[in-house]
Design a protein around this ligand. Structure first.
Ligand code: NAD
Ligand code: 0WE
Length: 261
């Protein structure tokens, strides 16, 4: 019996910016479960940060720059991963962006360019990754994307990100259908709010954490280690019949129809 549920598996992680990133929590959990990982980072600005974090895993970890809006960069990433690993089992999509102005005013004022860019970075990129990853997933595989409840209900100021997350979640379902015959599963984790770089600077975020603490059935916020554990579950043999799903990891907040405080 091998104690590590992901030993012998190879994975690629998109979306580590710093130690608070959800991608970092899931990567750590995948690593502890025995997976060997490659990482991408958005650009030079984040290189040193990610290099330092990833060095914890030893010197043989792959680290490749990738702006997910660039087809050429995605091509290079999967070419290098194919050369280094020979195959792939796991993929984490933990990438999102909308211009700051689009998350401040009213959704009705979303510009064509803000709409286009949000959907390109936050939703289309999963399709672009999946198409390149699938040929490397020779023994099947598991793809996991991060999403948020603002895709199905209006969360004030989440705006165009909510629309992009709806597109991401629908993409998860269509990819699950296409890739199912290859034994590749595609799922999303819908996380409750987490104080990351992407959440910082969003006005009212502290109140949002407080709101979840007061109103979720478990009366607390989700911890990143819990997102890591869900990531291991979805990647592993406990989830081999689960595909196309959005799994809420939000201390139960999503089931509520009325707030209590
Ligand atoms: P984060 O800032 O740590 O991660 C976001 C990542 O997206 C960063 O690593 C950034 O470099 C990357 N990124 C943005 N544009 C990119 C581009 N063009 N090319 C490549 N990478 C790009 O924040 P996070 O909160 O860990 O976010 C990760 C995911 O989790 C996102 O999809 C986010 O929507 C989702 N999520 C976050 C929360 C939350 O409350 N923090 C809740 C639910 C879901
Ligand atoms: O997906 C997210 C945030 C993603 C995000 C964050 C930023 C901030 C900096 C995307 N683009 C940007 N662009 C920037 O310039 N979350 C789930 C966290 C989040 O963001 C919110 C939320 C929640 C929750 C924004 C408004 C309301 C709620």
């Amino acid at each position: 019996m091998n104690a590590k549920p992901l030993s012998g598996k190879f994975g690629i992680v998109f979306g580590v910016a710093n130690k608070r990133s959800i991608a970092w929590a899931i990567a750590q959990a995948w690593h502890e479960a025995g997976a060997k990982l490659a990482f991408t980072y958005q650009g030079e600005r984040l290189k040193e940060n990610v290099e330092e974090l990833v060095s914890m895993f030893g010197s043989d970890t792959l680290l490749i720059p990738c702006d997910v809006t660039k087809d050429e960069e995605l091509d290079t990433v999967f070419k290098k991963v194919g050369e280094a690993f020979g195959k792939l089992d796991l993929l984490l999509h933990s990438v999102a962006f909308a211009p700051k102005e689009a998350l401040e005013g009213e959704f009705v004022n979303t510009t064509r360019e803000a709409f286009r860019l949000s959907h390109d970075v936050s939703a289309y990129s999963l399709v672009a990754m999946a198409r390149r990853a699938a040929p490397l997933m020779k023994d099947g595989g598991s793809m996991v994307a991060m999403t948020y409840y603002g895709s199905v209900k209006v969360v004030p100021h989440y705006n165009v990100m909510g629309v992009a997350k709806a597109s991401l979640e629908a993409s998860v379902r269509y990819l699950a259908f296409d890739l199912g015959p290859k034994k590749i599963r595609v799922n999303a984790i819908s996380a409750g709010p987490v104080n990351t770089l992407a959440a910082r600077g969003i006005s009212g975020f502290t109140q949002m954490l407080k709101h979840y603490e007061t109103n979720s059935p478990l009366r607390r916020n989700v911890e990143t280690s819990e997102l890591g554990a869900t990531g291991v579950f979805l990647a592993g043999d406990g989830a081999t019949a689960i595909t196309g799903q959005v799994l809420y990891v939000d201390c139960g907040y999503e089931i509520m129809g009325m707030s209590i405080g």
